[in-house]
Design a protein around this ligand. Structure first.
Ligand SMILES: [Zn+2]
Length: 142
C-alpha cells in the first residue's frame, strides 16, 4: 500500500526510501534553530534528498494545496454551520495559515519527495552505504 507508507513518511519525518533516517534535522517543526532545516542525505540509506538544483520548487504546489485546504475547510465550516462575520473568518484563515506554516512547509517538501521515491523494504531491513536510487549503478564501500 503506497498511501499509508507516504503518510507515515511525511508525518513521522522519515526517509521515504528506508523509513529509518530523518528528512528534517529536528522532529519539532516549531524549533527556531533547525525546525525547517532539511538534511542533504539520509543517514541510513544515503539517499540524496535534493535530486537536482531547484527540485523542491515543486513542493510549493503541495504547500499551496495545504493552505488552500485550510481556507476551504474554514470557509465551508462558516458557510454551513458557524456563520461568523467576514473579518473574523479572514483573521482565522490568515492566522491558521501562518500558524500552520511550519507543518505546511515540511509536509510539502516531504510529500514532494515521496512522489519520486518509493519505500523499499530491502533498504529498511539492512543498513546500506552509498546507494543511490536515482542511478542504475549501486556501489557499496567496503
Ligand atoms: Zn533512507
Amino acid at each position: 500500500m503506497i498511501i499509508p507508507e507516504i503518510v507515515y513518511s511525511v508525518v513521522a519525518n522519515k526517509c521515504p526510501h528506508c523509513h529509518k533516517g530523518k528528512v528534517f534535522e529536528n522532529n519539532n517543526p516549531y524549533s527556531f534553530n533547525n525546525g525547517l532545516k532539511m538534511k542533504t542525505t539520509c543517514s541510513e540509506c544515503s539517499l540524496k534528498y535534493e535530486r537536482e538544483p531547484g527540485f523542491f520548487y515543486g513542493a510549493l504546489y503541495v504547500s499551496y494545496a495545504f493552505s488552500s485546504g485550510i481556507f476551504i475547510t474554514l470557509y465551508l465550516l462558516d458557510a454551513i454551520w458557524i456563520h461568523m462575520n467576514t473579518t473574523l473568518l479572514l483573521t482565522l484563515v490568515v492566522s491558521g495559515i501562518i500558524g500552520l506554516y511550519p507543518f505546511s512547509f515540511r509536509w510539502g517538501k516531504a510529500m514532494w519527495l515521496n512522489f519520486f521515491v518509493r519505500y523499499d523494504k530491502k533498504y529498511a531491513n539492512q543498513k546500506q552505504n552509498h546507494i543511490s536510487v536515482f542511478s542504475s549503478k549501486k556501489t557499496i564501500n567496503t
